[in-house]
Write a protein that binds this ligand. Structure first.
Ligand code: PEP
Ligand code: MN
Length: 375
């Protein structure tokens, strides 16, 4: 059971004290308080865990600080979409809005290499009015002898350049909890010229200790990649680990599944799951067409497979696109062969906007059908 308190209920108010006293004394029920800071108000959600079947919804709703109560299922308690659940989805980070209706594009380098390339990438984004990017400093590599990323050494100049080009959010994978501190210390020292979305890679989707550590902080939102060899349910539970520790600002990223059946693509493109994740949870959903497709192959219609896959995700309602670009792919230290090129950026953005608009029109078609049927 979830009890949602009246907005802005003060934690030292009499209403709150009385409500908590009642809830904390329920037999065999434990109480977990979760704070949600929205754009205009602060919401307190109280999760009642344990033997909640005998609880009476009306009785909980009659408590002085409670606005309404929701019976929640066991799966994805915080991030899930439950029956009668009208809670808002999404969050604002560093001035950028993330929710299940809008769309943000994170085009950028798979891995930070040299200042010149980072600058060229960010300049192109600025020229096209984009304020988000992707840039890896810590790279999890299959081969221990491959380039592992520049690590914390590159953070100061990457963040400074981001600030200079008006980049507000960088999706940056971390592979160890100590990286949170490294990023935070560096941003703080520079006066926070930009923001970071902590990315959990597909190899770490079920690294529960890393998830818990990231979940314990709420300064940075999280981009959780779907595990490439586990079920969707298992990956959604991994996202719930973050929320259960306190950070519900999570975006779920589809990035393809590892199976030979996906060939000739690097992974089996799984973007038909975009609406499924939006139905099961309140998380904004990201698609990563670069790591799904893994090449610059092109179909006879003159459109690259990466672009087709992007369109499939966006037309199905994706809320974020994470995509590899590089000004000189032959010089890229990681994933050059799948990178899109700088001159392709404007057309790609136009294609994405077209697909996002089409998704909205598709929604309108089915809304009309629903309205007509109801008449
Ligand atoms: C990446 O986005 O650079 C990456 C390594 O992705 P994944 O974890 O999906 O392989
Ligand atoms: Mn990559």
């Amino acid at each position: 059971m979830l009890a949602i308190l009246h907005p802005n209920t003060a934690l030292d108010s009499e209403e709150y004290r009385q409500t908590m006293h009642y809830l904390e004394n329920l037999p065999n029920v434990s109480v977990r308080v979760h704070e949600v800071q929205g754009a205009t108000q602060r919401l307190t959600e109280i999760y009642l865990l344990g033997d909640t079947k005998p609880l009476n919804k009306e009785e909980i709703e009659a408590l002085p600080a409670v606005e309404r109560a929701i019976r929640i299922s066991d799966d994805y308690r915080i991030l899930g979409r439950h029956r009668d659940d009208r809670r808002q989805s999404g969050f604002n980070y560093n001035g950028v809005e993330f929710n299940q209706s809008n769309l943000n594009i994170f085009a950028g380098l798979c891995a930070v290499d040299v200042p010149e390339h980072v600058d060229m990438m960010m300049q192109a984004l600025e020229d096209n009015g984009e304020v988000c990017t992707r840039m890896g400093a810590y790279k999890p590599r299959t081969n221990p002898y491959s380039f592992q990323g520049h690590g914390k050494g590159c953070l100061p100049w990457v963040f400074e350049k981001a600030g200079k080009h008006g980049i507000k959010v960088i999706a940056m994978e971390i592979t160890h909890e100590s990286h949170i501190e490294e990023i935070d210390t560096c941003l703080e020292k520079l006066g926070r010229p930009t923001g970071v979305m902590l990315q959990v890679g597909t190899r770490n989707t079920q690294n529960f200790e890393l998830l818990k550590a990231i979940g314990r902080q709420s300064t940075y939102p999280v981009l959780l990649k779907r595990g490439f060899g586990i079920t969707l349910n298992e990956s959604l539970n991994a996202a719930e680990y973050l929320a259960s520790e306190g950070n519900a600002n999570v975006i779920f990223c589809l990035r393809g599944m590892k199976t030979e059946a996906g060939q000739p693509h690097r992974n089996m493109v799984d973007f038909a799951h975009v609406p499924a994740v939006k139905r099961l949870t309140r998380m904004p959903v990201c698609v990563d067409p670069s790591h799904s497709v893994g090449s610059r192959e092109q179909s006879p219609d003159g459109i690259l497979d990466v672009m087709h896959a992007t369109a499939q995700g966006v037309i199905a309602g994706a809320n974020m696109v994470l995509v590899d670009f590089h000004p000189k792919p032959e010089k890229a230290l990681v994933d050059g062969p799948q990178a899109l090129l700088m001159h392709e950026l404007p057309a790609y953005l136009e294609d994405i906007r077209l697909c996002h608009d089409t998704w909205k029109k598709r929604q309108a078609i089915y809304q009309r059908l629903k309205d007509d049927t109801a008449e």
